[in-house]
Design a protein. Structure first.
Length: 231
């Protein structure tokens, strides 16, 4: 397993843990179909296909990192964890300020609504919808960052040379973007999402782009700038 794949597997579990923890604070949880889509159609294919990237055809004067406890590796993991969790908290709270009050849906504990199946029913709200729409991009963001600016990126071929990985990545990005911008009725019913205004959807899209840009900068800092200072 490459360092890129190892960091991705580690960070995706942190992202999921942070999401669940935030949702528990308001008495709700991720819907079953949300968890199924994230694990089965994002994390599983990306974690498998990214490992298929072949070694670089060219030699470099640098020596590849061989330890999981190297300064650049640990700094990359630490900065990514702190930033992704912090961005989740920011987006989770942003619904209170950026969403239209007419479409804002408050989060209520699931136990307050009992359905016909004999157990508590989940109630979609604006905050968990915003958090989910960010989450499905965060897995892609860390995957791209570790592939482009990762600890061992110069010793591997460019990630777009891994055709099945690149095609899967593009397919997931297109579907997630469609779901974020258009959020049709089927998606709302299947993923148990609340209605959000068009303005807030564009704000969320801007936040996704900002998350990507800052994540790329942090990965560059931890693997290039910080490593130079440390040495």
């Amino acid at each position: 397993m490459s360092f890129q794949a190892f960091k991705f597997v580690e960070l995706q579990s942190v992202i999921q843990f942070a999401s669940i923890t935030l949702l528990y604070q308001v008495g709700t949880d991720m819907a079953d179909c949300q968890v199924l889509y994230i694990n089965l159609f994002i994390i599983l294919p990306l974690s498998i296909f990214m490992s298929w990237t072949k070694p670089s055809d060219h030699l470099t004067k640098n020596i590849p990192t061989v330890s999981l406890f190297s300064a650049s590796f640990l700094m990359s993991i630490a900065l990514s964890m702190i930033f992704q969790i912090g961005f989740q908290i920011f987006v989770f709270k942003s619904a209170d300020y950026f969403e239209d009050p007419k479409t804002f849906v408050e989060c209520y504990p699931s136990s307050t609504n009992t359905g016909n199946r004999g157990h508590s029913e989940r109630v979609p709200c604006t905050r968990d919808t915003a958090l989910y729409l960010l989450n499905i991009f965060q897995y892609i963001i860390i995957c791209i960052c570790f592939g482009v600016r990762g600890t061992d990126s110069e010793f591997r071929q460019p990630f777009y040379m891994n055709k099945i990985f690149f095609f899967t990545l593009i397919l997931i990005i297109f579907y997630n973007t469609y779901k974020l911008i258009y959020l049709d009725q089927w998606s709302k019913d299947f993923y148990e999402l609340a209605e959000i205004s068009n303005t807030y959807r564009l704000i969320l899209l801007a936040m996704v782009v900002l998350n990507l840009v800052l994540s790329m900068f942090l990965e560059y800092f931890s693997t290039q700038v910080f490593t130079g200072w440390w040495q």
